[in-house]
Ligand binder design. Structure first.
Ligand code: ACO
Length: 429
């Protein structure tokens, strides 16, 4: 394999180092290209730009492979709970029993919010979107945690990691309670991570509430499967913001807002809305499948296809199984679920979808599962954020610990605006 790539420019040939990743993937290192030649590279949307070297997640879209720190995601989803998965992603190794217990203990210690933070929630209008609340209250953690803001102090970073992992579910559940006008339900530290979240979401002080064990299993699997996915938009945002050496809370808050956008975390919500719309329109699935296939119609079947996976998304395989188990137990009366099942069956047999490798993606199933759990549509992306949190932390930490910290991220641009112009005074314009 070539060790350098040759680039021919007007000034002559430039040899650029070729780097090879552990799975054989290759990259041309252009770090010194500008310094040596005055050229920059242009890659709108960074679709072909490696922004960093990373040890965390390997994705092969053609083969349908996703691995966390070398372990197949299917195996992690089957054998680890979300806290263990978080440890693996953040610290790079599966924990020993002792390490895991200590990690759980540290997280449990921090689940409560400062009472003053409740006043922040109280100031939000009732119609506020839970994602907007989540981003701003996570940002406010920097105000309430002045002793864990230094990214270059390993002890402070540890405390910040425990705090944010512990407090995000509390903030997420409180944002929902605020939006429906119910009292906040405080965390219960004898419950597991997912049990605790579901209890804070659905319990009310006036009733006994028992968390459904099926929902705990489903939520845990969904969080694990969303925990990291390489340099996606929100993770890149966390790295970009963090590269200025701002604290973890502010970096994660920025990532939450990046995730909120419909092109990123909003697909599962869009999928359930589409199913509801088809149902309201008489449940005529054929009509919508024909529309999706019509090249002159912009309509697409939400929850089908993936930019990276041109084979079955390995995460979708796992959630499909969970989704079908829940269907049998919980979804018998909801026509939207019947519709989802029919759609999946029809699309998997239709040559249009087969030829284009358009399989149901993780968002197809996750939206349906959340709906079965009684989670409202506007909380789906909040659940995605809870899942992606360890990935964001892992990348932020990797950036600060690898080779003594990274440089501030500062892409260049190809300026295509006007050349220097003579200023025209206001009176003459
Ligand atoms: N319904 C119908 N046709 C589709 C769909 C769909 N959901 N997705 C792709 N196609 C068709 C395209 O029209 C195109 O057909 P053509 O070759 O006849 O022109 C072909 O399949 C290839 O489509 P592209 O747009 O080139 O595929 P790309 O990889 O760019 O798009 C994307 C991937 C954006 C995810 C797309 O499949 C889509 O819009 N899906 C629906 C939205 C969705 O579910 N998004 C969530 C993705 S998962 C995630 O982000 C975690």
């Amino acid at each position: 394999m070539a060790k350098t790539a040759s680039l021919t420019l007007d000034s002559g040939n430039v040899e650029l180092p070729v780097l090879v990743g552990t799975e054989g993937n290759r990259a041309i290192d252009i770090t010194k290209l500008y310094r040596d030649t005055g050229y920059i590279t242009l890659d709108d949307g960074f679709a072909n730009t490696g922004a960093t070297k990373s040890h965390i997640t390997y994705i092969n879209g053609e083969a349908g492979t996703l691995r966390y720190r070398g372990y197949r995601v299917e195996e992690i989803a089957e054998r680890c709970d979300f806290t263990e998965t978080s440890y693996l992603l953040i610290y790079g190794e599966l924990p020993t029993g002792e390490q895991l217990e200590e990690f759980r203990r540290n997280i449990r210690m921090h689940t409560l919010l400062h009472e003053g933070m409740k006043l922040i929630f109280a100031g939000f209008p009732p119609e506020a979107h839970p994602m907007a609340i989540l981003g701003s209250v996570v940002g406010a953690l920097a105000i309430y945690s002045p002793d864990s803001l230094d990214p270059n102090n390993p002890e402070q970073v540890e405390v910040a990691i425990h705090r944010i992992l512990a407090k995000m579910p509390t903030i997420a559940a409180f944002s929902y309670k605020q939006s429906i006008g119910q009292p906040f339900v405080y965390p219960q530290n004898h419950l597991s991570y997912c049990q605790n979240f579901l209890n804070m979401m659905f319990a009310v002080p006036s009733e006994r509430y028992q968390v459904d064990p099926d929902f705990v299993v489903a939520m845990n699997a969904l969080l694990v499967l969303h925990a990291d996915h390489g340099q996606n938009c929100s993770t890149s945002t966390v790295r970009m913001v963090g590269s200025s050496t701002v604290n973890l809370f502010s970096s994660i808050s920025a990532g939450i807002y990046a995730l909120w956008g419909a092109l990123h975390g909003g697909a599962n919500e869009a999928c359930v809305k589409m199913l509801e719309q088809i149902q309201e329109d008489g449940g005529n699935l054929g009509k919508y499948i024909d529309r999706a296939k019509d090249p002159n119609d912009p309509f697409r079947l939400m929850g089908f296809g993936h930019r990276v996976y041109k084979n079955y998304d390995p995460r979708a395989k796992v959630v499909k199984h969970i989704c079908h188990q829940l269907f049998e137990r919980h979804a018998l009366k909801d026509p939207v679920f019947q519709l989802a099942q029919e759609l999946e069956e029809v699309a998997l047999k239709d040559p249009y979808f087969i030829e284009r490798k358009l399989y149901p993606n993780i968002d197809f199933y996750s939206g349906i599962i959340y709906r079965m759990m009684g989670i409202p549509n506007n909380m789906f992306t909040v659940l995605f954020a809870l899942g992606r949190l360890p990935g964001w932390i892992a990348h932020w930490r990797e950036m600060h610990t690898d080779s003594g910290g990274s440089r501030i991220h500062r892409p260049r641009q190809l300026y295509v605006g006007p050349s220097e112009r003579k200023f025209v005074p206001l009176i003459k314009r």
